[in-house]
Design a protein around this ligand. Structure first.
Ligand SMILES: [Zn+2]
Length: 313
Protein backbone atom coordinates (compact mmCIF):
# COMPACT_ATOMS: atom_id res chain seq x y z
CA UNK A 1 0.00 0.00 0.00
CA UNK A 2 1.20 3.47 -0.71
CA UNK A 3 2.35 5.67 2.09
CA UNK A 4 0.49 8.89 1.39
CA UNK A 5 2.59 11.82 0.39
CA UNK A 6 2.84 14.69 2.82
CA UNK A 7 -0.21 16.85 3.16
CA UNK A 8 -0.22 20.40 2.00
CA UNK A 9 0.50 21.54 5.54
CA UNK A 10 3.63 19.39 5.62
CA UNK A 11 4.89 20.49 2.29
CA UNK A 12 7.65 22.89 1.61
CA UNK A 13 6.56 26.43 0.95
CA UNK A 14 7.97 25.88 -2.53
CA UNK A 15 5.47 23.45 -4.09
CA UNK A 16 7.29 22.96 -7.38
CA UNK A 17 10.54 22.13 -5.69
CA UNK A 18 8.74 19.82 -3.30
CA UNK A 19 7.07 17.90 -6.08
CA UNK A 20 10.39 17.43 -7.73
CA UNK A 21 12.00 16.44 -4.48
CA UNK A 22 9.46 13.71 -3.98
CA UNK A 23 10.69 12.21 -7.23
CA UNK A 24 14.08 11.41 -5.81
CA UNK A 25 15.22 10.96 -2.26
CA UNK A 26 18.62 12.46 -2.84
CA UNK A 27 16.96 15.54 -4.20
CA UNK A 28 15.00 15.98 -1.02
CA UNK A 29 18.13 15.78 1.07
CA UNK A 30 19.62 18.47 -1.07
CA UNK A 31 16.55 20.60 -0.66
CA UNK A 32 16.56 20.27 3.10
CA UNK A 33 20.26 20.95 3.34
CA UNK A 34 19.86 24.09 1.36
CA UNK A 35 17.00 25.31 3.52
CA UNK A 36 17.94 24.19 7.01
CA UNK A 37 21.60 24.72 7.72
CA UNK A 38 21.24 23.36 11.26
CA UNK A 39 20.34 19.95 9.87
CA UNK A 40 23.07 19.78 7.30
CA UNK A 41 24.92 16.49 7.59
CA UNK A 42 28.64 16.86 7.51
CA UNK A 43 31.67 15.12 8.87
CA UNK A 44 31.27 16.64 12.31
CA UNK A 45 27.57 16.12 12.83
CA UNK A 46 27.44 12.63 11.44
CA UNK A 47 30.38 11.59 13.57
CA UNK A 48 28.98 12.93 16.82
CA UNK A 49 25.27 12.29 16.46
CA UNK A 50 24.38 9.13 18.44
CA UNK A 51 22.12 6.64 16.71
CA UNK A 52 18.48 6.64 17.66
CA UNK A 53 17.72 4.13 20.46
CA UNK A 54 15.64 2.00 18.17
CA UNK A 55 18.17 2.06 15.36
CA UNK A 56 19.93 -1.12 14.49
CA UNK A 57 23.68 -1.02 15.08
CA UNK A 58 25.59 -0.52 11.89
CA UNK A 59 28.08 -3.34 11.34
CA UNK A 60 29.75 -1.62 8.42
CA UNK A 61 31.86 1.55 8.36
CA UNK A 62 30.34 4.70 9.85
CA UNK A 63 28.68 7.32 7.76
CA UNK A 64 31.27 8.97 5.62
CA UNK A 65 31.30 12.68 4.85
CA UNK A 66 30.88 12.22 1.16
CA UNK A 67 28.90 15.32 0.32
CA UNK A 68 31.85 17.39 -0.67
CA UNK A 69 34.08 14.94 -2.37
CA UNK A 70 36.25 16.74 -4.87
CA UNK A 71 35.77 15.73 -8.43
CA UNK A 72 38.69 14.31 -10.29
CA UNK A 73 38.89 12.68 -13.62
CA UNK A 74 39.41 9.43 -11.77
CA UNK A 75 36.01 9.65 -10.12
CA UNK A 76 34.66 7.23 -12.65
CA UNK A 77 35.45 3.89 -11.14
CA UNK A 78 35.97 1.05 -13.53
CA UNK A 79 33.01 -1.18 -14.06
CA UNK A 80 32.39 -3.03 -10.83
CA UNK A 81 33.21 -6.71 -10.98
CA UNK A 82 32.38 -7.99 -7.54
CA UNK A 83 28.96 -9.44 -6.88
CA UNK A 84 29.75 -10.35 -3.30
CA UNK A 85 29.43 -7.10 -1.40
CA UNK A 86 27.15 -7.85 1.55
CA UNK A 87 24.10 -5.70 1.90
CA UNK A 88 23.95 -4.90 5.56
CA UNK A 89 23.60 -1.82 7.64
CA UNK A 90 21.47 0.23 5.32
CA UNK A 91 18.84 -2.48 5.08
CA UNK A 92 15.45 -1.27 6.18
CA UNK A 93 13.75 -3.22 8.96
CA UNK A 94 10.67 -3.30 6.74
CA UNK A 95 12.41 -5.42 4.17
CA UNK A 96 13.57 -7.95 6.71
CA UNK A 97 10.33 -8.24 8.64
CA UNK A 98 8.29 -10.75 6.69
CA UNK A 99 10.81 -13.56 6.45
CA UNK A 100 13.71 -14.98 8.34
CA UNK A 101 15.99 -14.13 5.46
CA UNK A 102 17.20 -10.60 5.95
CA UNK A 103 19.40 -8.92 3.44
CA UNK A 104 22.39 -9.51 5.64
CA UNK A 105 21.59 -13.16 6.14
CA UNK A 106 21.05 -13.63 2.45
CA UNK A 107 24.42 -12.12 1.69
CA UNK A 108 26.06 -14.55 4.10
CA UNK A 109 24.20 -17.51 2.68
CA UNK A 110 25.17 -17.02 -0.93
CA UNK A 111 27.37 -14.77 -3.02
CA UNK A 112 24.99 -12.36 -4.63
CA UNK A 113 24.57 -12.52 -8.36
CA UNK A 114 22.52 -10.33 -10.65
CA UNK A 115 18.85 -11.16 -10.91
CA UNK A 116 17.17 -11.34 -14.30
CA UNK A 117 15.29 -8.05 -14.74
CA UNK A 118 11.53 -8.36 -14.21
CA UNK A 119 9.16 -8.19 -17.17
CA UNK A 120 9.26 -4.82 -18.85
CA UNK A 121 12.68 -3.89 -17.44
CA UNK A 122 15.88 -3.75 -19.48
CA UNK A 123 19.43 -4.41 -18.32
CA UNK A 124 21.11 -1.23 -19.55
CA UNK A 125 24.54 -2.79 -19.72
CA UNK A 126 23.25 -5.49 -22.06
CA UNK A 127 21.38 -3.03 -24.27
CA UNK A 128 23.85 -0.17 -24.64
CA UNK A 129 27.31 -0.64 -26.10
CA UNK A 130 30.10 1.07 -24.21
CA UNK A 131 27.97 2.04 -21.24
CA UNK A 132 29.96 2.52 -18.03
CA UNK A 133 28.39 1.55 -14.71
CA UNK A 134 29.48 3.07 -11.41
CA UNK A 135 26.82 1.80 -9.04
CA UNK A 136 27.72 3.56 -5.80
CA UNK A 137 24.74 2.17 -3.89
CA UNK A 138 26.16 -1.34 -4.33
CA UNK A 139 29.29 -0.19 -2.51
CA UNK A 140 30.03 1.84 0.60
CA UNK A 141 31.14 4.99 -1.20
CA UNK A 142 27.71 6.57 -1.27
CA UNK A 143 26.19 9.21 1.00
CA UNK A 144 25.09 6.65 3.61
CA UNK A 145 28.57 5.14 3.95
CA UNK A 146 27.31 1.57 3.40
CA UNK A 147 25.88 -0.59 0.62
CA UNK A 148 22.17 0.02 0.14
CA UNK A 149 19.52 -2.68 0.45
CA UNK A 150 18.35 -3.92 -2.90
CA UNK A 151 21.72 -3.37 -4.57
CA UNK A 152 23.25 -6.81 -4.02
CA UNK A 153 24.55 -6.74 -7.59
CA UNK A 154 26.02 -3.68 -9.35
CA UNK A 155 23.46 -3.42 -12.10
CA UNK A 156 21.20 -0.80 -13.67
CA UNK A 157 17.72 -1.43 -15.09
CA UNK A 158 15.12 0.85 -16.63
CA UNK A 159 11.75 0.30 -18.25
CA UNK A 160 11.86 -0.36 -21.99
CA UNK A 161 11.03 3.16 -23.20
CA UNK A 162 13.60 5.10 -21.15
CA UNK A 163 16.16 2.36 -21.77
CA UNK A 164 15.76 2.70 -25.54
CA UNK A 165 15.87 6.48 -25.23
CA UNK A 166 19.10 6.20 -23.27
CA UNK A 167 20.54 4.01 -26.02
CA UNK A 168 19.82 6.79 -28.52
CA UNK A 169 21.59 9.27 -26.25
CA UNK A 170 24.64 7.01 -26.15
CA UNK A 171 24.55 6.64 -29.95
CA UNK A 172 24.54 10.42 -30.32
CA UNK A 173 27.33 10.97 -27.82
CA UNK A 174 29.48 8.28 -29.43
CA UNK A 175 29.88 10.47 -32.51
CA UNK A 176 31.63 12.97 -30.23
CA UNK A 177 33.86 10.36 -28.61
CA UNK A 178 31.74 10.47 -25.47
CA UNK A 179 29.49 8.10 -23.59
CA UNK A 180 27.36 7.77 -20.49
CA UNK A 181 28.27 6.66 -16.98
CA UNK A 182 25.37 5.39 -14.89
CA UNK A 183 25.33 6.03 -11.15
CA UNK A 184 21.79 4.83 -10.47
CA UNK A 185 18.73 3.86 -12.48
CA UNK A 186 15.80 1.77 -11.22
CA UNK A 187 15.92 1.77 -7.41
CA UNK A 188 14.21 -1.00 -5.42
CA UNK A 189 11.78 0.41 -2.87
CA UNK A 190 13.73 -1.20 -0.06
CA UNK A 191 16.66 0.96 -1.18
CA UNK A 192 14.56 4.09 -0.77
CA UNK A 193 13.48 2.87 2.66
CA UNK A 194 17.10 2.21 3.58
CA UNK A 195 17.96 5.80 2.75
CA UNK A 196 15.10 7.00 4.94
CA UNK A 197 16.34 4.70 7.71
CA UNK A 198 19.78 6.24 7.35
CA UNK A 199 18.34 9.71 7.90
CA UNK A 200 16.56 8.46 11.03
CA UNK A 201 19.61 6.64 12.32
CA UNK A 202 21.81 9.68 11.95
CA UNK A 203 19.38 11.89 13.83
CA UNK A 204 18.19 13.85 10.84
CA UNK A 205 14.51 13.28 11.47
CA UNK A 206 13.80 16.91 10.69
CA UNK A 207 14.29 15.92 7.08
CA UNK A 208 11.43 13.45 7.44
CA UNK A 209 9.17 15.47 9.71
CA UNK A 210 9.45 18.44 7.41
CA UNK A 211 8.38 16.34 4.44
CA UNK A 212 11.75 16.76 2.78
CA UNK A 213 12.73 13.11 2.49
CA UNK A 214 10.30 11.22 0.33
CA UNK A 215 9.41 7.65 1.09
CA UNK A 216 8.74 7.12 -2.60
CA UNK A 217 10.91 7.94 -5.57
CA UNK A 218 10.41 7.94 -9.32
CA UNK A 219 13.58 5.88 -9.38
CA UNK A 220 11.36 3.10 -7.91
CA UNK A 221 9.39 3.11 -11.17
CA UNK A 222 12.36 2.38 -13.40
CA UNK A 223 11.87 5.63 -15.27
CA UNK A 224 14.54 7.83 -13.71
CA UNK A 225 18.30 7.72 -14.04
CA UNK A 226 21.35 9.39 -12.48
CA UNK A 227 24.26 9.68 -14.87
CA UNK A 228 27.20 11.64 -16.22
CA UNK A 229 29.51 11.76 -19.22
CA UNK A 230 32.66 9.79 -19.92
CA UNK A 231 35.42 9.94 -22.45
CA UNK A 232 34.99 6.75 -24.44
CA UNK A 233 38.71 6.18 -24.98
CA UNK A 234 39.78 6.47 -21.37
CA UNK A 235 36.49 5.50 -19.76
CA UNK A 236 36.95 8.36 -17.32
CA UNK A 237 34.22 10.72 -16.22
CA UNK A 238 34.23 14.22 -17.59
CA UNK A 239 34.52 17.12 -15.18
CA UNK A 240 30.99 18.06 -14.16
CA UNK A 241 32.01 20.50 -11.44
CA UNK A 242 30.87 18.25 -8.60
CA UNK A 243 30.72 14.55 -8.01
CA UNK A 244 27.46 12.61 -8.24
CA UNK A 245 25.38 12.98 -5.05
CA UNK A 246 27.12 16.14 -3.98
CA UNK A 247 24.08 17.44 -2.18
CA UNK A 248 24.81 21.14 -2.26
CA UNK A 249 23.75 24.08 -4.42
CA UNK A 250 26.93 23.59 -6.42
CA UNK A 251 25.17 20.68 -8.12
CA UNK A 252 22.55 22.90 -9.70
CA UNK A 253 22.95 22.47 -13.41
CA UNK A 254 23.83 26.08 -14.03
CA UNK A 255 25.98 26.54 -10.93
CA UNK A 256 29.18 25.64 -12.72
CA UNK A 257 31.62 27.47 -14.91
CA UNK A 258 33.78 26.80 -17.93
CA UNK A 259 34.15 23.26 -19.16
CA UNK A 260 32.10 21.81 -16.31
CA UNK A 261 29.14 23.98 -17.26
CA UNK A 262 29.55 23.01 -20.90
CA UNK A 263 29.54 19.35 -19.96
CA UNK A 264 26.43 19.71 -17.80
CA UNK A 265 24.59 21.53 -20.55
CA UNK A 266 25.69 18.99 -23.16
CA UNK A 267 24.35 16.15 -21.01
CA UNK A 268 21.11 18.04 -20.44
CA UNK A 269 20.65 18.78 -24.14
CA UNK A 270 21.33 15.21 -25.21
CA UNK A 271 18.96 13.77 -22.60
CA UNK A 272 16.17 16.24 -23.29
CA UNK A 273 16.46 15.55 -26.99
CA UNK A 274 15.35 11.98 -26.25
CA UNK A 275 12.51 12.89 -23.93
CA UNK A 276 14.13 12.97 -20.49
CA UNK A 277 13.43 15.86 -18.14
CA UNK A 278 16.33 17.44 -16.30
CA UNK A 279 16.15 18.53 -12.68
CA UNK A 280 17.75 21.93 -12.15
CA UNK A 281 19.09 21.11 -8.68
CA UNK A 282 21.02 18.01 -9.72
CA UNK A 283 22.91 17.88 -12.98
CA UNK A 284 22.87 14.05 -12.94
CA UNK A 285 19.14 13.39 -12.41
CA UNK A 286 16.82 12.81 -15.37
CA UNK A 287 13.26 11.57 -15.43
CA UNK A 288 11.27 9.91 -18.18
CA UNK A 289 7.51 9.55 -18.14
CA UNK A 290 6.01 6.13 -18.74
CA UNK A 291 2.22 6.08 -18.39
CA UNK A 292 1.08 3.43 -15.95
CA UNK A 293 4.48 2.86 -14.36
CA UNK A 294 4.47 1.84 -10.71
CA UNK A 295 7.00 1.46 -7.93
CA UNK A 296 8.65 -1.95 -7.66
CA UNK A 297 10.72 -3.75 -5.09
CA UNK A 298 12.73 -6.22 -7.10
CA UNK A 299 16.31 -6.30 -5.77
CA UNK A 300 19.23 -6.44 -8.17
CA UNK A 301 20.79 -9.43 -6.45
CA UNK A 302 19.39 -12.94 -6.36
CA UNK A 303 19.90 -13.40 -2.63
CA UNK A 304 17.39 -10.86 -1.42
CA UNK A 305 13.74 -11.79 -1.60
CA UNK A 306 11.73 -10.47 -4.48
CA UNK A 307 8.80 -8.07 -4.10
CA UNK A 308 7.91 -8.21 -0.42
CA UNK A 309 4.14 -8.49 -0.09
CA UNK A 310 4.13 -5.50 2.22
CA UNK A 311 4.85 -3.36 -0.81
CA UNK A 312 1.75 -4.33 -2.73
CA UNK A 313 0.18 -1.29 -4.26
ZN1 LIG B 1 18.18 10.71 -8.96
Amino acid sequence: MFTPRPTSTQRSPRPIAQRLCLACLCLTILDARADTPATRPNAQTTATTPPAPEARPAPTPPVAPLYHRPVTSASAAPRAKSYQTPVTSAASPRTAKPTATTSANAARLCPDRPRTPPKGFIDLEALIDGLVLDIRYHRADNFTGAPIAGYGAPKAWLLEAPAQALKRVQDSLRKQGLGLIIYDAYRPRRGTDAMVAWAERTGQTALLDGGYIARRSRHNHGTTVDLGLVDLKSGRALDMGTDFDTLTPQSRTRAAKGKALQNRLLLKAEMEKEGFRAYFREWWHFQFTVPGSRPRDVPYGQCEIDEWAGYQN
